[in-house]
Design a protein around this ligand. Structure first.
Ligand code: XIL
Length: 347
């Protein structure tokens, strides 16, 4: 029990994991045991995204999310609603009318508000907080030119927050994004949050996804972002933590794919297992990161891992398929990585 992440960290912040359909319905027993032991917060990895929960105009697919919420209640975990409005995993019909023409701003906003009303309404009182809007900025701090922004400007963000608050005034409301350590991006998100607050629109926190590498970004630059967000008066969450040990064509200092990266499997260098020295680096990186989180426990309310075990991590398939990834603290056989867990529970 001293080896439980949630027992060690619950005095400071919630410890969460993202999970999929198989794990949400509880039939994967090894996943259930891990969830029950280590986590007091659960995020749906995909099953609350628009395309999953609302695949057709008149069709909602609530079943997987219902199971996740029941599972969370069974293990006494809080639920994070991820995510209401995003440019990815959102079907094309959302932006169009019956004739296939692009919706006007008003029509699109109405559709978004109906979606929020239906989803948030169904889980009212059972979801602790929502990633209301996900990834609205580019890395340079400019608003992302998504269909949402293109049609409605930043009003789509304001109206999403207003609506979620209206439907469930007791749930927390977050803005969530990746590379949130980049100063231009952090500043843009804080600026947005302040604008909302000045207009009387509630926003409680800012989520930093936390898809990191072994060496980058630096602890210092992450720390600066934590301090800035907290100083502006918003809660900080690390919402999608994983550490990629493989060579990666996405330059972490810019979202561009490196075109010279090998398109074959030669990048998949640890498919026979992770060498000891890299495992040690991974354990160190986790220890340092959690040390940082712990030092800022007055600002941070949650740290969530993006997945339960290495075998289920999205990094096996992203940015390209066929990667043998090792980003989490539970291995492919659902065994705890003892060196990492032991380091992390010594908070
Ligand atoms: C990812 C899931 O992990 C994958 O299974 C899916 O195929 C694509 O989306 N930022 C987010 C998450 O906010 O929702 C994404 O999740 C990872 C990047």
């Amino acid at each position: 029990n001293a080896q439980s992440l949630k027992k060690s960290y619950s005095p400071y912040f919630d410890i969460g994991a993202a999970l999929g359909v198989r794990e949400a319905n509880g039939t994967e027993e090894r996943a259930f045991a891990i969830l029950e032991k280590h986590f007091n917060s659960l995020t749906p990895e995909n099953l609350m995204k628009w395309g999953s929960i609302h695949p057709q105009p008149d069709q909602y697919n609530f079943e997987p999310m219902d199971r996740l919420v029941e599972l969370a209640e069974k293990i006494d975990a809080r639920v994070v609603g991820h995510t209401l409005v995003w440019h990815n995993q959102t079907p094309d019909w959302v932006y169009k009318d019956e004739s296939g023409a692009s919706l006007s701003k008003e029509a699109l906003m109405e559709r978004m508000e109906n979606h929020i009303e239906t989803v948030v309404g169904r889980y009212k009182g059972r979801v602790y907080g929502y990633d209301v809007v996900n990834e609205a900025f580019f890395d340079d701090g400019q608003y992302r030119t998504s269909k949402w922004f293109g049609t409605a400007g930043k009003d789509f963000i304001k109206r999403a927050f207003i609506k979620t608050n209206e439907v469930d005034p007791d749930t927390e409301l977050y803005y969530n994004d990746y590379n949130m350590w980049k100063p231009e991006k952090t500043d843009a998100a804080i600026q947005l949050a302040k604008e909302l607050r000045e207009e009387g629109i509630r926003i409680d926190g800012i989520g930093m996804q936390g898809h990191y590498g072994l060496d980058s970004p630096s602890l210092e630059i992450i720390e600066t972002a934590i301090e800035k967000i907290a100083r502006a008066g918003f809660k900080v969450m690390f919402t999608e933590v994983d550490i990629d040990v493989l060579p990666n064509p996405v330059n972490r200092h810019g979202a561009d794919i490196d075109a010279t990266f090998p398109a074959d499997e030669s990048y998949n260098i640890y498919k026979e297992g992770l060498p000891e020295d890299i495992q040690e680096k991974l354990a160190n990186r986790y220890r340092e990161l959690f040390g940082l989180f712990k030092r800022h426990e007055d600002k941070i309310t949650r740290v969530t891992f993006w997945g339960i075990h290495d075998g289920g991590s999205w990094l096996n398939n992203w940015p390209m398929p066929g990667r043998t990834a090792y980003p989490l603290v539970i291995d492919r056989n659902f065994q705890e990585k003892k060196d990492i867990i032991e380091a992390l529970v010594q908070v």
